[in-house]
Structures are given as C-alpha cells and as structure tokens.
Design a protein. Structure first.
Length: 173
C-alpha cells in the first residue's frame, strides 16, 4: 500500500514539474535547429557525417566550413549578403577565402551563430517575415539595440536568444 502511494505521488510530482524557459530552450542533441542548419548548409554535400550534437558542430567549426556552404545558404534566402558581410566576413576577406576553399574557425562560428539566431527567431515568431522584422528593429528589452547587430558577438547573441526564449514563453518586459 505504501509503495503504491509513493509511486502515485512520484508520478504526480513528475507530471506537475514545469521546465523553466531557459532550460527548455537550451538546444540538445537532435534539436530541430541542428537539422535545419545542416540542411541549409547543404547537408551531405559539404559534411562527411551529419552533426547531431554541439560537439559535432564544434569539430566542423574548428576545421572551417567550406566556402561553398555560402552558395547553398544563399539559395535558402536565409541571410542577405549585407548580413553576411556585416556579421560573418568582409567582402575582401571572402575573396581570399574563396581561393583557400574554407572559412576560418572564427568565420565559421559567426555563420553558425547567425543561422542559429535566424532559425530560432523564425521558430519563435512562426514566420520568417515577422522574425526578420523583429531582428532588424530596435528593441526596448535590449536597451534599444537592434537584435541582428548584437549577433556579431556571442554575448550579444546570448541576449537575443534569451529575449527570444522569453517571447516564446509569453514573458514580455
């Protein structure tokens, strides 16, 4: 009798738990944005194996993404050339990278960050158009900063992701 009551209470507590907005938003292995970035970057045509964890992505970032990934990314119309040049890589540097065939670790990291934010914004607003508007408009919750400008640094991107998480959970400041 006691054991059965214990299991019932344990099951009720488990069902009553509510994840915090932040813990629910932290990407885990197999999270949809991993798959979306993989598809946007051309999947198997640019990567030997499909990266399913942040550690897998880190290995590809450290090696530097192939420059050809950019052509594939532009085909999805996810980022503009202005965003690429402003956030990821300057035009002159890009012409040098085309000769070497690979982006640097830093440039690959910036590209991944930009795509991750774009995908999360589109998921949050359930519309690419609304996401683009939000990303390019000064935001009171971000002290008047334009979210896409903050994506230039990892710290800024974290602020943008935090704000997107709040929006997705209905927390408006």
């Amino acid at each position: 009798m006691r054991k059965n009551e214990y299991h019932k209470r344990e099951e009720k507590e488990k069902n009553d738990k509510v994840e915090s907005p932040i813990s629910a938003y932290v990407p885990v292995a197999g999270h949809p944005w991993f798959q979306k970035v993989y598809e946007i970057m051309g999947g198997g045509s640019h990567f030997a194996t499909e990266p399913n964890t942040e550690q897998d992505w880190l290995e590809y970032i450290r090696k530097g993404f192939p420059v050809d990934v950019l052509r594939t990314v532009f085909g999805f119309n996810i980022i503009s050339k202005d965003e690429l040049h402003d956030v990821v890589i300057k035009p002159r540097t890009l012409s040098h990278r085309k000769k070497s065939g690979a982006l640097s670790t830093e440039e690959s990291d910036k590209l991944m960050r930009l795509l991750r934010i774009k995908i999360k914004a589109a998921e949050t607003f359930q519309s690419r158009e609304k996401a683009e508007t939000w990303l390019h408009t000064p935001n009171r919750a971000l002290r008047g900063e334009i979210p896409i400008e903050l994506v230039k640094t990892e710290s800024g991107a974290a602020l943008v992701e935090e704000e997107l998480a709040k929006i997705s959970w209905g927390i408006f400041v």
